[in-house]
Design a protein around this ligand. Structure first.
Ligand code: NAP
Length: 383
């Protein structure tokens, strides 16, 4: 077995109603909270009202859009500093959680968001973060990453560092009950993608594989139920738990080419983050099966092909399994159905092939022609 390093420092509180402990939890980390959230969802699910009842002196920053930009984070950082807040509370999906992490850095470090892309590029630490996920997909509540669109170049960049691991994650499945079917499906597919990518990543570890395979099993069983009945609290709980497992996974393994290429589908065509990744899973995992057939076979088995998948047919089986999940949640498995445009795909492939950072955890070799074919397959939905 090869050696590995494993770090998961975020404390977790999990359970229906656990958000009611926000006041007591905040008191452990600071005295004036800066709440970072989106425009609508935290009002819809009652989280913002509850937070303000519990923390009457908190300052609210609700400007975070989907896929947050550096301009938004800079604005939030300035407000947080000016208000003298000493703790950041993120309420929402991956977007508010990531913006909150960037803001926690900007509150203590002079500079612009873009000064901090990369690993541990800030010297003065970050404000403590409490993360409260209201989607079940990114696991950002337990990761050391903030994924931000750099406004000047319109590309996704990542701030990473141990100081932005949230100190505490409060996982209350009741806050996810208001997710509409599409958000439930898209974010659940992101969890699936993170689990699958973590298993094949060059940085995978035995421990992260264990968590990722369990996440695959949970998503396969419970995502269709959560999409089918949004009021099913057990399904919501299972998906919140699975997403969090995948956050632990990618904290160790990073993501792979699926996320790297998925960013293009999001930025170029406005396709939701998790859905963009999911379109790329079949072609990229067929490719992965050439390099890691045993691991891909394990994934196919976790997704329902109990005992009948061999290394030789792992590529075909995993692709079938992914399309079967698409069918069970009622989502068309083709990027063209979600707004992708064929004429931009060559450019996307040419751009990403020159960005080596997108391939750093990805097994196997890729030519420009293969990357183009993967985009075209994701577009058509069949290989
Ligand atoms: P999101 O962008 O945070 O939210 C998507 C939509 O869902 C928004 O319209 C949001 O509304 C709504 N929403 C959130 N919770 C809801 C609820 N309980 N009820 C109803 N609507 C709700 O989606 P996400 O997929 O969770 O996050 C995606 C972002 O996370 C991307 O930027 C991605 O790059 C990043 N990401 C980060 C990591 C990491 O480790 N840091 C990992 C994976 C992905 P409001 O805007 O009104 O809140």
């Amino acid at each position: 077995m090869k050696g590995f390093h494993y770090l998961a420092p975020t404390e977790m509180v999990f359970g229906a109603g656990s958000f009611d402990s926000l006041k007591d939890q905040c008191a452990r980390f600071g005295s004036k909270a800066f709440i970072v959230t989106g425009k609508n969802s935290s009002r819809k699910n009652g989280a913002l009202d509850s937070a303000l009842r519990q923390l009457p002196n908190a300052v609210v920053f609700d400007d975070v859009q989907e896929n947050p930009t550096s301009d938004t984070c800079n604005k939030g950082g300035e407000l947080c500093r000016n208000e003298g807040c000493d703790l950041v509370v993120a309420i929402g999906g991956g977007s508010p959680m990531d913006a909150a992490k960037a803001i926690s850095v900007l509150a203590l470090n002079a500079g612009d968001c873009s000064d901090f892309y990369g690993s541990n590029r800030f010297n003065n630490g970050a404000l403590p973060i409490i993360a409260v996920p209201t989607t079940a997909g990114t696991g950002s509540e337990v990761t050391p990453y903030a994924v931000i669109i750099n406004s000047s170049e319109n590309k996704k960049r990542t701030i990473s560092g141990q100081d932005i691991f949230p100190k505490l994650a409060i996982l209350d499945p009741e806050l996810s009950l208001t997710m509409p079917q599409s958000v439930t499906a898209n974010t659940g597919l992101d969890a699936l993608s993170q689990a699958m990518e973590g298993i094949v990543s060059l940085k995978s570890t035995p421990l992260s594989d264990l968590l990722a395979l369990e996440a695959c099993r949970i998503v396969c069983e419970w995502l269709p139920k959560a999409v089918g009945d949004g009021t099913d609290i057990e399904a919501r709980s299972q998906m919140l738990y699975a997403a969090s497992l995948t956050g632990h996974v990618i904290s160790q393994t990073g993501t792979t080419l699926v996320h790297g290429m998925g960013y293009y589908l999001t930025i170029e065509f406005g396709i939701a983050h998790g859905l963009a990744n999911a379109f790329l899973l079949p072609p990229i995992f067929r490719h992965n099966a050439m390099y890691l057939p045993d691991k891909v076979a394990e994934i196919a088995r976790a997704l329902g092909y109990v005992a009948e998948t061999s290394a030789e047919d792992s590529g075909e089986k995993v692709v079938e399994a992914i399309y079967s999940i698409f069918a069970r949640i009622g989502v068309a498995p083709a990027a063209k159905e979600a707004g992708a445009r064929l004429e931009r795909l060559n450019w996307c492939a040419e751009d990403i092939i020159n960005d080596k950072s997108r391939f750093k955890n990805q097994p196997g070799e890729f030519s420009l022609e293969q990357v183009k074919q993967i985009f075209f397959s994701a577009y058509e939905g069949r290989i």
